[in-house]
Design a protein around this ligand. Sequence first.
Ligand SMILES: [Zn+2]
Length: 149
Amino acid sequence: MRTQRQVVDYSLQKRAVLRELLAGRVGTYDVCDASPYLKNAARFHGEPTDRRCPICRSENLTLVHYIYGDELKQSAGQARTLTELPVLAMTLREFQVFVVEVCLGCDWNHLVEQYLLGRDGLTGDIDGTGEQDAAVAEGAGRRRREAQR
Ligand SMILES: [Zn+2]
């Protein structure tokens, strides 16, 4: 999604957990502890992936998108399907998305990333990371230069 901003990637933390597991410093019961709520969210709102679970290697991972933000009111903290997010992003100014990967086979779960979505990102993006943002900034710069002439 183009409006994703302030993305935080948790893949380093995930790798660290998997290393601890391989080294025997933590047990699978410590990391495969998906709650019934999380598993239900994965079943009903989850996004299937073709990536194998790093623990049991027999099931594919499911991504669950949790949304948080004052504007969401009672919907805050609920899981949403990936297709619902762009719709929300058009109607709300700003909300936080937490992406959690879950294995429905062995209950492995880990936070994958978090980011902000919402209409606020469509104008005046401070980060200016996306291609579109760069193009917009370039266009604005050109317009400014033309205006100066
Ligand atoms: Zn698994």
